[in-house]
Design a protein around this ligand. Structure first.
Ligand code: ADP
Ligand code: GN1
Ligand code: MG
Length: 366
Protein backbone atom coordinates (compact mmCIF):
# COMPACT_ATOMS: atom_id res chain seq x y z
CA UNK A 1 0.00 0.00 0.00
CA UNK A 2 1.23 3.51 -0.85
CA UNK A 3 2.12 5.42 2.31
CA UNK A 4 0.08 8.46 3.27
CA UNK A 5 2.88 10.98 2.78
CA UNK A 6 0.77 13.96 3.76
CA UNK A 7 -0.04 12.39 7.11
CA UNK A 8 3.57 11.37 7.75
CA UNK A 9 4.73 14.87 6.81
CA UNK A 10 2.32 16.36 9.37
CA UNK A 11 4.09 14.42 12.13
CA UNK A 12 7.20 16.59 11.69
CA UNK A 13 7.72 20.13 12.86
CA UNK A 14 8.23 21.54 9.36
CA UNK A 15 7.38 24.93 7.91
CA UNK A 16 5.09 24.87 4.87
CA UNK A 17 1.97 23.20 3.50
CA UNK A 18 2.18 19.76 1.89
CA UNK A 19 1.60 20.03 -1.85
CA UNK A 20 2.81 16.68 -3.16
CA UNK A 21 5.19 13.80 -2.45
CA UNK A 22 7.04 11.81 -5.11
CA UNK A 23 9.62 9.01 -5.14
CA UNK A 24 13.05 10.55 -5.51
CA UNK A 25 16.67 9.65 -6.26
CA UNK A 26 18.80 6.62 -7.09
CA UNK A 27 19.33 5.11 -3.59
CA UNK A 28 19.40 1.32 -3.12
CA UNK A 29 18.42 1.21 0.54
CA UNK A 30 15.62 3.49 1.80
CA UNK A 31 12.31 4.61 0.27
CA UNK A 32 12.99 8.26 -0.47
CA UNK A 33 10.38 10.92 -1.36
CA UNK A 34 10.61 14.57 -2.22
CA UNK A 35 7.92 16.61 -0.52
CA UNK A 36 7.03 19.83 -2.31
CA UNK A 37 5.50 22.62 -0.23
CA UNK A 38 2.90 25.08 -1.49
CA UNK A 39 4.66 28.26 -0.41
CA UNK A 40 7.36 29.71 -2.66
CA UNK A 41 9.51 30.86 0.26
CA UNK A 42 9.37 27.52 2.08
CA UNK A 43 11.85 24.70 1.84
CA UNK A 44 10.96 21.41 0.22
CA UNK A 45 11.83 18.24 2.10
CA UNK A 46 13.26 14.75 1.70
CA UNK A 47 11.12 12.22 3.56
CA UNK A 48 12.58 8.73 4.04
CA UNK A 49 11.06 5.46 5.17
CA UNK A 50 14.09 3.74 6.64
CA UNK A 51 15.18 0.23 5.80
CA UNK A 52 15.12 -1.63 9.11
CA UNK A 53 16.10 -4.88 7.41
CA UNK A 54 19.49 -3.29 6.69
CA UNK A 55 19.71 -1.09 9.81
CA UNK A 56 18.66 -3.15 12.83
CA UNK A 57 18.64 -0.33 15.41
CA UNK A 58 17.19 2.85 13.93
CA UNK A 59 17.11 4.90 17.18
CA UNK A 60 20.89 4.36 17.52
CA UNK A 61 21.40 5.19 13.86
CA UNK A 62 19.47 8.43 14.34
CA UNK A 63 21.51 9.24 17.45
CA UNK A 64 24.68 9.08 15.29
CA UNK A 65 22.99 11.14 12.61
CA UNK A 66 21.98 13.86 15.10
CA UNK A 67 25.46 14.10 16.61
CA UNK A 68 27.17 14.20 13.23
CA UNK A 69 24.85 16.75 11.60
CA UNK A 70 24.93 19.08 14.63
CA UNK A 71 28.73 18.95 14.73
CA UNK A 72 29.06 19.58 10.99
CA UNK A 73 26.52 22.40 11.12
CA UNK A 74 28.53 24.13 13.84
CA UNK A 75 31.86 23.74 12.01
CA UNK A 76 30.47 24.88 8.69
CA UNK A 77 28.67 27.88 10.13
CA UNK A 78 31.97 29.01 11.66
CA UNK A 79 33.56 29.02 8.19
CA UNK A 80 33.41 32.40 6.46
CA UNK A 81 31.23 32.50 3.34
CA UNK A 82 29.60 29.13 4.01
CA UNK A 83 25.94 28.19 3.77
CA UNK A 84 25.26 25.43 6.34
CA UNK A 85 21.76 24.79 5.02
CA UNK A 86 23.27 23.68 1.70
CA UNK A 87 26.56 22.25 2.95
CA UNK A 88 25.15 20.04 5.66
CA UNK A 89 22.08 17.83 6.12
CA UNK A 90 19.40 19.37 8.36
CA UNK A 91 17.12 16.95 10.21
CA UNK A 92 13.58 18.12 10.96
CA UNK A 93 12.43 17.27 14.50
CA UNK A 94 9.30 15.20 15.02
CA UNK A 95 6.38 17.30 16.31
CA UNK A 96 5.93 16.98 20.06
CA UNK A 97 8.68 14.49 20.87
CA UNK A 98 11.65 16.49 19.59
CA UNK A 99 13.18 13.24 18.32
CA UNK A 100 14.59 13.08 14.79
CA UNK A 101 12.29 10.29 13.58
CA UNK A 102 8.76 8.92 13.92
CA UNK A 103 7.20 5.47 13.60
CA UNK A 104 4.02 4.89 11.57
CA UNK A 105 1.21 2.52 12.53
CA UNK A 106 2.99 -0.37 10.83
CA UNK A 107 6.01 0.26 13.06
CA UNK A 108 8.09 1.63 10.16
CA UNK A 109 10.55 4.46 10.85
CA UNK A 110 10.54 7.78 9.00
CA UNK A 111 12.80 10.83 9.06
CA UNK A 112 12.89 14.12 7.21
CA UNK A 113 15.58 16.53 5.95
CA UNK A 114 15.53 19.91 4.27
CA UNK A 115 15.70 19.30 0.52
CA UNK A 116 18.85 20.76 -0.97
CA UNK A 117 17.51 22.68 -3.92
CA UNK A 118 19.08 22.97 -7.35
CA UNK A 119 21.64 20.28 -6.70
CA UNK A 120 23.17 17.90 -9.19
CA UNK A 121 24.52 14.42 -8.61
CA UNK A 122 26.36 12.08 -10.93
CA UNK A 123 26.41 8.35 -11.56
CA UNK A 124 29.44 8.78 -13.82
CA UNK A 125 32.16 11.39 -13.58
CA UNK A 126 33.11 13.01 -16.84
CA UNK A 127 35.56 15.69 -15.74
CA UNK A 128 38.62 15.99 -13.55
CA UNK A 129 37.08 19.09 -12.03
CA UNK A 130 34.13 17.11 -10.63
CA UNK A 131 36.48 14.39 -9.40
CA UNK A 132 38.70 16.91 -7.58
CA UNK A 133 35.63 18.54 -6.02
CA UNK A 134 34.25 15.17 -4.88
CA UNK A 135 37.60 14.33 -3.31
CA UNK A 136 37.83 17.70 -1.63
CA UNK A 137 34.37 17.49 -0.03
CA UNK A 138 34.90 13.91 1.17
CA UNK A 139 38.32 14.76 2.60
CA UNK A 140 36.80 17.79 4.30
CA UNK A 141 34.02 15.65 5.77
CA UNK A 142 36.56 13.35 7.35
CA UNK A 143 38.73 16.20 8.61
CA UNK A 144 35.72 17.99 10.17
CA UNK A 145 34.65 14.90 12.09
CA UNK A 146 38.10 14.21 13.54
CA UNK A 147 37.20 16.15 16.71
CA UNK A 148 33.61 14.96 17.20
CA UNK A 149 33.10 15.12 20.98
CA UNK A 150 31.65 12.28 23.05
CA UNK A 151 31.81 8.49 22.91
CA UNK A 152 32.52 6.53 19.71
CA UNK A 153 29.64 6.44 17.23
CA UNK A 154 27.46 3.32 17.16
CA UNK A 155 28.33 0.71 14.56
CA UNK A 156 25.08 0.98 12.61
CA UNK A 157 25.98 -2.11 10.57
CA UNK A 158 28.52 -4.16 12.51
CA UNK A 159 31.59 -5.20 10.46
CA UNK A 160 30.27 -3.26 7.45
CA UNK A 161 33.59 -3.20 5.56
CA UNK A 162 35.22 -6.06 7.45
CA UNK A 163 36.23 -8.24 4.51
CA UNK A 164 37.08 -11.23 6.71
CA UNK A 165 33.48 -11.25 8.06
CA UNK A 166 32.05 -10.60 4.57
CA UNK A 167 33.99 -13.63 3.27
CA UNK A 168 32.70 -15.80 6.14
CA UNK A 169 29.15 -14.87 5.15
CA UNK A 170 29.97 -15.48 1.48
CA UNK A 171 31.23 -19.02 2.18
CA UNK A 172 28.24 -19.77 4.40
CA UNK A 173 25.78 -18.73 1.71
CA UNK A 174 27.62 -20.83 -0.90
CA UNK A 175 27.31 -23.85 1.41
CA UNK A 176 23.59 -23.21 2.00
CA UNK A 177 22.92 -22.25 -1.62
CA UNK A 178 19.30 -21.35 -0.81
CA UNK A 179 18.33 -20.34 -4.36
CA UNK A 180 20.30 -23.10 -6.14
CA UNK A 181 22.47 -20.55 -7.93
CA UNK A 182 26.01 -21.33 -6.72
CA UNK A 183 26.87 -23.76 -9.55
CA UNK A 184 26.03 -21.14 -12.16
CA UNK A 185 28.57 -18.67 -10.75
CA UNK A 186 31.60 -20.95 -10.24
CA UNK A 187 33.98 -18.67 -12.15
CA UNK A 188 32.89 -15.55 -10.22
CA UNK A 189 33.31 -17.45 -6.93
CA UNK A 190 36.82 -18.47 -8.00
CA UNK A 191 37.74 -14.84 -8.75
CA UNK A 192 36.76 -13.90 -5.22
CA UNK A 193 38.51 -16.78 -3.45
CA UNK A 194 41.80 -16.33 -5.33
CA UNK A 195 42.25 -12.84 -3.84
CA UNK A 196 41.20 -13.43 -0.22
CA UNK A 197 44.60 -13.06 1.46
CA UNK A 198 45.62 -9.85 -0.34
CA UNK A 199 42.30 -8.27 0.53
CA UNK A 200 42.80 -8.75 4.28
CA UNK A 201 45.88 -6.46 4.22
CA UNK A 202 44.09 -3.37 5.58
CA UNK A 203 42.55 -5.38 8.43
CA UNK A 204 46.01 -6.74 9.31
CA UNK A 205 47.52 -3.23 9.34
CA UNK A 206 44.72 -2.14 11.68
CA UNK A 207 45.22 -5.13 13.99
CA UNK A 208 48.95 -4.31 14.21
CA UNK A 209 48.14 -0.72 15.17
CA UNK A 210 49.77 0.73 12.05
CA UNK A 211 46.64 2.52 10.84
CA UNK A 212 44.11 4.17 13.19
CA UNK A 213 40.35 3.85 13.27
CA UNK A 214 38.87 7.22 12.30
CA UNK A 215 35.32 8.46 11.84
CA UNK A 216 34.61 7.55 8.25
CA UNK A 217 31.57 7.89 6.02
CA UNK A 218 31.76 4.34 4.63
CA UNK A 219 29.43 4.92 1.66
CA UNK A 220 31.29 7.50 -0.42
CA UNK A 221 29.72 6.32 -3.65
CA UNK A 222 29.95 9.30 -6.01
CA UNK A 223 26.19 9.76 -6.26
CA UNK A 224 26.12 10.52 -2.54
CA UNK A 225 27.91 13.81 -3.27
CA UNK A 226 25.68 16.75 -4.17
CA UNK A 227 26.99 19.59 -6.35
CA UNK A 228 25.70 23.09 -6.99
CA UNK A 229 24.80 24.32 -10.46
CA UNK A 230 28.38 25.37 -11.13
CA UNK A 231 29.60 21.89 -10.22
CA UNK A 232 31.15 22.92 -6.97
CA UNK A 233 30.66 20.10 -4.46
CA UNK A 234 28.29 21.11 -1.65
CA UNK A 235 28.29 18.10 0.69
CA UNK A 236 28.25 14.36 1.04
CA UNK A 237 24.89 12.87 2.08
CA UNK A 238 23.71 9.37 3.12
CA UNK A 239 25.20 9.47 6.62
CA UNK A 240 23.69 6.18 7.87
CA UNK A 241 27.00 4.37 7.85
CA UNK A 242 29.13 7.11 9.42
CA UNK A 243 31.01 5.19 12.12
CA UNK A 244 34.52 4.08 13.03
CA UNK A 245 36.50 2.88 10.00
CA UNK A 246 39.79 3.14 8.13
CA UNK A 247 40.45 6.01 5.72
CA UNK A 248 40.86 3.40 2.97
CA UNK A 249 37.14 2.65 3.06
CA UNK A 250 36.21 6.21 2.06
CA UNK A 251 38.97 6.72 -0.48
CA UNK A 252 38.38 3.27 -1.98
CA UNK A 253 34.61 3.44 -2.45
CA UNK A 254 34.82 6.88 -4.01
CA UNK A 255 37.46 5.76 -6.52
CA UNK A 256 35.48 2.59 -7.26
CA UNK A 257 32.47 4.65 -8.31
CA UNK A 258 34.06 7.85 -9.65
CA UNK A 259 36.64 6.33 -11.97
CA UNK A 260 34.47 3.64 -13.56
CA UNK A 261 33.73 4.66 -17.16
CA UNK A 262 30.50 2.63 -17.00
CA UNK A 263 27.68 2.40 -14.48
CA UNK A 264 27.68 0.01 -11.55
CA UNK A 265 25.26 -2.28 -13.37
CA UNK A 266 26.34 -1.61 -16.97
CA UNK A 267 25.13 -4.24 -19.44
CA UNK A 268 28.22 -3.62 -21.55
CA UNK A 269 31.29 -5.01 -19.76
CA UNK A 270 33.61 -3.74 -22.48
CA UNK A 271 32.74 -0.19 -21.34
CA UNK A 272 33.96 -0.88 -17.79
CA UNK A 273 37.43 0.47 -16.95
CA UNK A 274 39.18 2.80 -14.54
CA UNK A 275 39.92 6.33 -15.71
CA UNK A 276 43.33 7.08 -14.19
CA UNK A 277 42.99 10.85 -14.73
CA UNK A 278 39.84 10.83 -12.61
CA UNK A 279 41.74 8.81 -9.98
CA UNK A 280 44.52 11.42 -9.90
CA UNK A 281 42.10 14.36 -9.68
CA UNK A 282 40.02 12.76 -6.91
CA UNK A 283 43.17 11.85 -4.96
CA UNK A 284 44.46 15.42 -5.26
CA UNK A 285 41.16 16.81 -3.96
CA UNK A 286 40.95 14.30 -1.13
CA UNK A 287 44.54 14.82 -0.04
CA UNK A 288 44.18 18.62 -0.16
CA UNK A 289 41.78 18.34 2.81
CA UNK A 290 42.66 15.08 4.58
CA UNK A 291 46.27 14.51 3.50
CA UNK A 292 48.07 16.04 6.44
CA UNK A 293 46.03 14.06 8.97
CA UNK A 294 47.15 10.69 7.51
CA UNK A 295 50.14 8.74 8.77
CA UNK A 296 52.77 7.24 6.46
CA UNK A 297 51.25 3.77 6.40
CA UNK A 298 47.76 5.08 5.65
CA UNK A 299 49.12 7.05 2.71
CA UNK A 300 51.30 4.21 1.47
CA UNK A 301 48.33 1.85 1.32
CA UNK A 302 45.83 4.27 -0.26
CA UNK A 303 46.31 2.72 -3.74
CA UNK A 304 45.16 -0.64 -2.40
CA UNK A 305 41.87 0.88 -1.20
CA UNK A 306 40.03 1.04 -4.56
CA UNK A 307 40.86 -2.61 -5.21
CA UNK A 308 39.63 -3.56 -1.74
CA UNK A 309 36.32 -1.70 -2.00
CA UNK A 310 35.67 -3.00 -5.52
CA UNK A 311 36.37 -6.49 -4.20
CA UNK A 312 34.10 -5.97 -1.15
CA UNK A 313 31.23 -4.87 -3.39
CA UNK A 314 31.79 -7.79 -5.78
CA UNK A 315 31.68 -10.13 -2.77
CA UNK A 316 28.54 -8.51 -1.35
CA UNK A 317 26.67 -8.46 -4.67
CA UNK A 318 27.62 -12.09 -5.30
CA UNK A 319 26.60 -13.11 -1.77
CA UNK A 320 23.22 -11.44 -2.32
CA UNK A 321 22.80 -13.07 -5.73
CA UNK A 322 23.48 -16.56 -4.33
CA UNK A 323 21.22 -15.79 -1.37
CA UNK A 324 18.32 -15.03 -3.75
CA UNK A 325 18.46 -11.18 -3.87
CA UNK A 326 17.36 -10.20 -0.39
CA UNK A 327 19.46 -7.11 0.29
CA UNK A 328 19.90 -4.86 -2.75
CA UNK A 329 16.98 -3.58 -4.73
CA UNK A 330 17.01 -5.39 -8.10
CA UNK A 331 15.09 -4.55 -11.28
CA UNK A 332 15.55 -7.82 -13.20
CA UNK A 333 16.48 -11.42 -12.30
CA UNK A 334 20.25 -11.27 -12.99
CA UNK A 335 20.71 -7.68 -11.81
CA UNK A 336 22.98 -8.52 -8.88
CA UNK A 337 25.06 -10.86 -11.06
CA UNK A 338 25.58 -8.07 -13.59
CA UNK A 339 26.77 -5.85 -10.74
CA UNK A 340 29.24 -8.59 -9.74
CA UNK A 341 30.60 -8.84 -13.29
CA UNK A 342 31.06 -5.08 -13.53
CA UNK A 343 32.97 -4.99 -10.22
CA UNK A 344 35.22 -7.91 -11.22
CA UNK A 345 35.96 -6.31 -14.59
CA UNK A 346 36.82 -3.05 -12.86
CA UNK A 347 38.99 -4.86 -10.33
CA UNK A 348 41.03 -6.54 -13.08
CA UNK A 349 41.57 -3.17 -14.73
CA UNK A 350 42.69 -1.64 -11.43
CA UNK A 351 45.17 -4.49 -11.07
CA UNK A 352 46.52 -3.76 -14.55
CA UNK A 353 46.94 -0.04 -13.66
CA UNK A 354 48.17 -0.56 -10.11
CA UNK A 355 51.77 0.66 -10.56
CA UNK A 356 50.44 3.92 -11.93
CA UNK A 357 48.04 4.27 -9.00
CA UNK A 358 50.95 3.86 -6.57
CA UNK A 359 53.10 6.42 -8.39
CA UNK A 360 50.31 9.01 -8.39
CA UNK A 361 49.89 8.84 -4.61
CA UNK A 362 53.68 9.06 -4.16
CA UNK A 363 53.74 12.22 -6.28
CA UNK A 364 50.86 13.83 -4.37
CA UNK A 365 52.27 12.95 -0.95
CA UNK A 366 55.78 14.29 -1.76
P1 ADP B 1 20.01 5.52 0.10
O1 ADP B 1 20.73 5.00 1.32
O2 ADP B 1 18.79 4.75 -0.23
O3 ADP B 1 20.98 5.70 -1.04
P2 ADP B 1 20.12 8.43 0.46
O4 ADP B 1 20.12 9.00 1.83
O5 ADP B 1 21.40 8.43 -0.31
O6 ADP B 1 19.47 6.97 0.52
O7 ADP B 1 19.02 9.23 -0.37
C1 ADP B 1 18.57 8.79 -1.65
C2 ADP B 1 18.64 9.94 -2.66
O8 ADP B 1 17.79 11.03 -2.22
C3 ADP B 1 20.01 10.55 -2.83
O9 ADP B 1 20.78 9.83 -3.75
C4 ADP B 1 19.67 11.96 -3.28
O10 ADP B 1 19.39 11.97 -4.67
C5 ADP B 1 18.39 12.28 -2.55
N1 ADP B 1 18.57 13.05 -1.30
C6 ADP B 1 18.79 12.57 -0.06
N2 ADP B 1 18.87 13.56 0.85
C7 ADP B 1 18.71 14.71 0.16
C8 ADP B 1 18.65 16.11 0.54
N3 ADP B 1 18.76 16.52 1.80
N4 ADP B 1 18.44 17.02 -0.46
C9 ADP B 1 18.28 16.63 -1.73
N5 ADP B 1 18.33 15.35 -2.14
C10 ADP B 1 18.53 14.39 -1.22
C1 GN1 C 1 24.30 0.85 -1.03
O1 GN1 C 1 22.70 3.40 0.09
P1 GN1 C 1 23.43 3.39 -1.22
O2 GN1 C 1 22.62 3.06 -2.42
O3 GN1 C 1 24.23 4.69 -1.35
C2 GN1 C 1 25.14 0.20 0.08
C3 GN1 C 1 26.61 0.49 -0.16
C4 GN1 C 1 27.03 -0.03 -1.52
C5 GN1 C 1 26.11 0.54 -2.59
C6 GN1 C 1 26.39 -0.11 -3.91
C7 GN1 C 1 23.97 0.56 3.62
O4 GN1 C 1 24.56 2.25 -1.03
O5 GN1 C 1 27.39 -0.16 0.83
O6 GN1 C 1 28.32 0.38 -1.83
O7 GN1 C 1 24.72 0.34 -2.28
N1 GN1 C 1 24.72 0.75 1.37
C8 GN1 C 1 24.42 -0.09 2.38
O8 GN1 C 1 25.72 0.57 -4.91
O9 GN1 C 1 24.52 -1.31 2.29
MG1 MG D 1 22.63 6.98 -1.39
Amino acid sequence: MEPDLKKIFSCFDAKGTFLEGKSFGPGHIHDTYRITTAEKDCDDYILQRLNSNVFKDIPKLQENMERVTVHLWKKISETAGSDPKRECLTLIPAAGSGRSFITDNEGRYWRMFIFIRDHRSYERVDSQHKAFEGGRITGRFQAMLADLPGPPLHETIPDFHNIARRLDTFHQVIRRDPAGRAESVRSEIAEITSREEEMKTILRLGARGLIPLRITHNDTKFNNILFDQNDRALLIIDLDTVMPGYVHYDFGDAIRTATNRAEEDSADLSAVSMDIDIYRAYAEGFMSEAGNTLNKTETEYLPLAPKLLTYIMATRFLTDFIDGDNYYRTRYPLHNLQRVRVQLTLLRDMEAQYDNMVQIIKNIAK
